[in-house]
Design a binder for this molecule. Structure first.
Ligand code: PLP
Length: 399
């Protein structure tokens, strides 16, 4: 018998459905030159400093004297110390190496962390939302039933719309865990320090935890936007923070991230997460961890910044061109995502199909991220410049 919670999940993961439609289109139109502004994968190669670290680590693995097998369960000290120094101490944040858990990426950790909590807790998510938070709670048996409105009966949805400036309102009923992701996937919008402080204050007052996904913090350009929730006083009492090198440094194929579980949290999750990880996870590779360490060297930092600037130049071009065409465009200034209102009277999937068939451009239908995403599509700035420009030119002639 299959775990019935898994059977509750609707058919396909969003990107599988998109891939299916693109495949069918290509089969019907073999000459099509499809450009994807859809899935959030990166296109630029690794920074030379990272490649050098990978070569060096590979050579170490090739010699009996320097070979490494299983690593320490929380990750190697060299990486956890580099993280603490560069991502936290440099911002005046007091986080200790033993509060850092190195992982194979933020998807695993954001998906798995819910396992530590009782089946009876109530979670809140923003709507639209990165689907992993919702689906992993469905698997964990705490989401209830899926309604015709696209919402799960036991999940509290916090709509983020143009009307509230994509800043969610505090919940009006008790919740135990709130998932926040800023800069946001999919809307590309952010919270200022003041706006995030309201959430930290709320969590402390209501005995709630915040699961804060900072996968896109490297894209922040504006100084008023926090890179870490721990910039907000009191967050070490109520927040777990997830990081990823995927979009920061092009590690989608290398695999490395980390999660911060403060020892000062109101419940001792640091110990429980350590117990869970040492049972179910045997670490990310030595090579990946050396590669991640190299992102903190002075050369590595410069090279990574140059790639982020490359993507943000795409975002700027897209924002300017789409606004010029009369679209309402949100995000894209401190994040690699643009959230675009579809023309009046169209649905997200309707516009997706039109873009695919008439412009041969792939976008992501906003409704795939939650009911409040209906009427929007997400575009990503992770393409090559030339392809991005070509896609914009085609959208211009959509008619
Ligand atoms: N969190 C968010 C919000 C994401 O958009 C993504 C990837 O798209 C991830 C986490 C997953 O990152 P990783 O590649 O580290 O698993």
């Amino acid at each position: 018998m299959i775990n019935e919670n898994f059977l509750k999940l609707p058919g396909a993961y969003l990107f599988a459905e998109i891939a299916q439609r693109v495949k069918a289109f290509k089969a019907d139109t073999p000459d099509a030159n499809v450009i994807s502004l859809g899935i959030g994968d990166v296109t630029q190669p690794l920074a030379p400093a990272v490649v050098e670290a990978l070569h060096k680590a590979t050579d170490e693995m090739a010699s009996g004297a320097t070979f490494r097998g299983y690593g320490p369960e929380r990750g190697y000290d060299f990486l956890r110390e580099a993280i603490v120094e560069n991502a936290f101490q440099a911002r005046g944040i007091n986080i200790e190496p033993n509060e850092i858990f190195v992982s194979d990426g933020a998807k695993s950790d954001t998906g798995n962390f819910q396992e530590l909590l009782s089946k009876d807790i109530r979670i809140a998510v923003t709507d639209p939302v990165y689907p992993v938070y919702v689906d992993s709670n469905v698997m964990g048996g705490r989401a209830g039933e899926l309604g015709a409105n696209g919402q799960w009966s036991n999940i509290v949805y916090l709509p983020c719309t143009a009307e509230n400036g994509f800043v969610p309102d505090l919940p009006t009923e008790h919740v135990d865990v709130i998932y926040l992701c800023y800069p946001n996937n999919p809307t590309g919008t952010t919270l200022t320090r003041q706006q995030l402080k309201r959430w930290v204050d709320y969590a402390i007052e209501h005995d709630a935890l915040i699961f804060y996904d900072a996968a896109y913090e490297a894209y922040i350009q504006n100084d008023d936007i926090p890179h870490s929730i721990y910039e907000i006083p009191g967050a070490n009492l109520c927040a777990i923070e997830f990081h990823s090198y995927s979009k920061t440094a092009g590690f989608t194929g290398i695999r490395c991230g980390y999660t911060v579980v403060p020892k000062s949290l109101c419940v001792n999750l640091n110990h429980v997460w350590n117990r869970r990880q040492s049972t179910k996870f045997n670490g990310t590779s030595y090579l990946s961890q050396r590669a991640a360490e190299a992102t903190y060297t002075s050369e590595g930092k410069k090279q990574i910044k140059a790639t982020i600037n490359y993507y943000m130049e795409n975002a700027r071009l897209m924002h300017e061109a789409l606004t010029g065409m009369g679209f309402k465009v949100y995000g894209g200034t401190d994040a690699p995502y643009l959230w675009v209102r579809v023309p009046e009277g169209m649905t997200s999937w309707g516009f997706f199909d039109e873009m695919l068939h008439k412009a041969q451009v792939v976008c992501t239908p906003g409704v795939g991220f939650g009911p409040a995403g209906e009427g929007y599509v997400r575009l990503t700035a992770f393409g090559q410049h030339e392809a991005t420009e070509q896609a914009l030119e085609r959208i211009k002639h959509l008619g």
